[in-house]
Design a binder for this molecule. Sequence first.
Ligand SMILES: C[S@@+](CC[C@H](N)C(=O)[O-])C[C@H]1O[C@@H](n2cnc3c(N)ncnc32)[C@H](O)[C@@H]1O
Length: 265
Amino acid sequence: MRYINFENINVNPEWCFKNVRSVEQWTHGYHRYPAKFLPNIVKKLIEDYAINNGTIADLFAGCGTTLVEAKIHGLASIGTDINPVAQLITKIKTNPICPTLLEETFKYLTESFSLFNAETYKNIELHERIDYWFRPEEKQKIAFLYEQILLINDENSKNFFLVCLSHILKNCSRWLQSSTKPQIDPKKNISEPFYIFELHCKKMIAKNAEFYKELLYKNFINTPCEIKLEDARNTSIESDSIGTIITSPPYVTSYEYADIHQLTG
Ligand SMILES: C[S@@+](CC[C@H](N)C(=O)[O-])C[C@H]1O[C@@H](n2cnc3c(N)ncnc32)[C@H](O)[C@@H]1O
């Protein structure tokens, strides 16, 4: 057996991203996700190994970091993930929406907040798991927001706001956010759903506009990008159709994905 002494390996500064804050660039900050790639690592891998090398694939695409970076580099990409929420987030992160359309829909949504009447939701259906995590006052407002979003006609805009709603669920619940295990935070300062939804929407809308503008400018807006809901062990991606694979498989022993996703999945 050969042992490697890591002390003797020189650090290559090209791979040091200590002072680079890329996690909020483009659409990367839309939604939290366990064990997300650092976008700069993917960017460097693409620039060093994937330019002019065909389609990029990520078989465990998660929230789509690889696909977003592929798109901003004008490279076709395909991703797969077994989690439908991951697929939804990736779809929205990789396909920016016309900013004017999004602003109009956002205005309609925020105006609808004044229609909320807690009385209407007093007898909302009980649910053992939802009621464990949410207090009635937040649950009622989230139910209202969900109904309003479902009224949106444009499918992409509807999904955009669903991703935003999914992201704020933990803030509006009793979930202990500093932990990777699902547990109640008895001292939590729970966020007011309308306030935090509006705040996160504004952030996502600004990032959507930046990404949209940059892709238009570079003529990459129609660069192909597909995200499939499927099991990587039985992939439909054809042999020899991919130039580069950039992926990080599930950390089976460190993350209970089903547990962690129970609020958003
Ligand atoms: C480490 S995460 C990938 C995170 C991703 N690199 C990102 O930046 O968001 C691993 C992903 O593998 C997915 N996964 C687990 N088992 C899978 C399977 N059999 N087929 C496809 N995806 C799977 C999980 O849903 C999770 O999204």
